[in-house]
Design a protein around this ligand. Structure first.
Ligand code: AMP
Ligand code: MG
Length: 483
């Protein structure tokens, strides 16, 4: 396995799996590929050659017009429960150009999203529009900055072609980097193809993501618990940051525990547990407060595919794993929220203190991030600007609680600062910079916002100035998948 001139060290281990799990094919070429956005930091971390990739040859590689030398690209098969209904899916507009081995020895998938039709495209055109690909780049990189496990974005290439959606848009291809693209839906698909197929996928995935489970008395159980732990921690992070994924179908649940598929996602402005942003989520299945429940439901669908492989009573193991998910989720959520309030030493009443704050934020329609930011910066106290009497009373309780901490106020503030971002990708900012680029050809606002979102806990003046909510932003704001 040699490095090619782009710095890619490709080793397609997935192609050793049974061929029903993928289709080897090349991308459908695009007219005029141009790299319009490139993640230099990520490229360097991956050991890639930035100059080579930014050449016109690089644009041909990152658009799929040319395959990497001596490598087969492929589309993966998967299924999924979409809004509760089971469908056969697969990479309908994406292509794996290779698994890359990073300088630290870890392995990542390099996938082109928007690379043209595959056998899994169903009625879709296999393409992607510029706006949704820029959006995924921006929000996934913001999530990485926030410390949330996520797929990453290496590049956006414009294709020189148009895609036809509600509006005609420029076409684009995103290079997505992931620990893997193995989903709950990949296991569901394998389960429809036979036990031997699940078995092969299971062995492969354990080896790739949970080698610590190899040799355990029940490897499958160990693996299920590992996946449950990652999902529980991930969703606890989402909740503590007010992130609404929007389309938690089982095909969008990564076994590696990364946030994947940034279609209609959005961050809360006003704290509203019922918040739904996706225009297609009409029943509110994936509303903010449902995310942990849905995470558990998705995990149950995953556990079902593993039932034939447990060493002892599978149903009992699967149920215990779901309880494990609940326990880890609750503990992680509480810990994240304690840290948001500067509390190092847990106390039994902390849960009530936190829930009382959230309740009053919901009742009073307070902004989620702004409230935690103002608590971090002591704004309420120093300006005596209490949102309400109730809030003041809560603040008194919190102040008393803080005085019981061993750590001093400065250390508490540092802890809060590392859990309450100074800036998040607020909907009004995201829309503004996307419109500037896509409608008016001005990439500068996008790039400026991206730079602020990369290290959201720095608390620079620029971040604080740009992180505030927009008071007249409509509560009816809806996102679309853009597919
Ligand atoms: P998503 O909503 O992005 O998770 O996509 C759900 C499924 O629809 C996946 O199998 C995608 O590959 C497929 N899909 C989404 N958009 C397109 C498109 N434009 N052409 C073909 N397949 C698509
Ligand atoms: Mg998807």
């Amino acid at each position: 396995m040699n490095k090619n001139k782009f710095g890619f060290k490709i080793d397609n281990s997935y192609l050793n799996l049974p061929p029903v799990l993928y289709t080897v094919q090349t991308a459908v070429p695009v007219k005029d590929p141009e790299i319009i956005l490139f993640n230099v930091d990520l490229a360097l971390e991956m050991g890639l050659d930035v100059d080579q990739l930014l050449s016109s040859e690089g644009a041909h590689i990152l658009s799929g017009n040319r395959t990497l030398p001596e490598v087969s690209s492929f589309a993966q098969a998967y299924s999924g429960h979409q809004f509760g209904y089971f469908n056969h899916l697969g990479d309908g507009r994406a292509l794996m150009i290779g698994e890359h081995v990073k300088p630290d020895g870890s392995r990542v998938d390099i996938q082109l999203k928007g690379s043209g039709p595959t056998p899994y495209s169903r009625r879709g055109d296999g393409r992607a529009g510029l706006s949704p690909m820029l959006r995924e780049f921006l929000i996934s990189e913001a999530m990485a900055g926030l410390g949330v496990p996520t797929t990453r974005s290496l590049a956006v290439v414009s294709t020189g072609e148009y895609v036809y959606r509600e509006l005609v848009q420029e076409g684009a291809i995103l290079t997505r980097i992931a620990s893997s693209h193995i989903r709950v839906g990949t296991f569901q698909y394998a389960a429809t193809r036979g036990e031997d197929i699940v078995d092969a996928l299971l062995q492969y995935t354990i080896n790739r993501h949970d080698p610590a489970c190899e040799g355990a008395s029940d490897e499958t159980k160990c693996f299920l618990y590992a996946v449950a732990t990652r999902q529980a921690k991930l969703i606890a992070k989402w909740q503590s940051l007010g992130f609404v994924h929007g389309v938690m179908n089982t095909d969008n649940v990564s076994i590696a525990g990364e946030t994947i598929d940034y279609g209609p996602c959005a961050f809360l402005d006003t704290y509203d547990p019922e918040a739904v942003f996706s225009a297609i989520d009409t029943s509110g299945r994936y509303r903010y407060k449902h995310q942990p429940l849905i995470g558990r439901w998705n995990l149950a669908r995953f556990a079902e595919t593993l039932l034939p492989f447990f060493k002892t009573d599978g149903t009992r193991i699967a149920n215990a794993a779901l309880e494990h998910f609940d326990k880890i989720y609750e503990a992680e959520w509480l810990l994240n929220m304690q840290h948001k309030l500067g509390l190092f030493d847990p106390q039994v009443d902390d849960l009530t203190l936190i829930n009382d704050l959230l309740d009053l934020m919901a009742k009073e329609g307070l902004d989620f991030h702004d409230t935690f930011l103002k608590l971090t910066l002591d704004v309420y106290e120093s300006e005596s600007s209490w949102p309400s009497e109730t809030f003041y009373a809560w603040h008194q309780r919190w102040t008393l609680r803080r005085s019981e901490e061993a750590a001093d106020l400065e250390a508490q503030k540092k802890l809060m600062q590392s859990h309450n971002p100074a800036i998040i990708p607020r909907n009004h900012n995201v829309e503004r910079v996307l419109n500037a680029w896509v409608l008016h050809g001005d990439a500068k606002p996008f790039k400026a916002l991206l730079a602020l979102l990369k290290e959201p806990y720095s608390y620079t003046q620029d971040q604080l100035a740009n992180g505030a909510p927009q008071p007249d932003w409509p509560k009816t704001f809806r996102t679309t998948c853009g597919t």
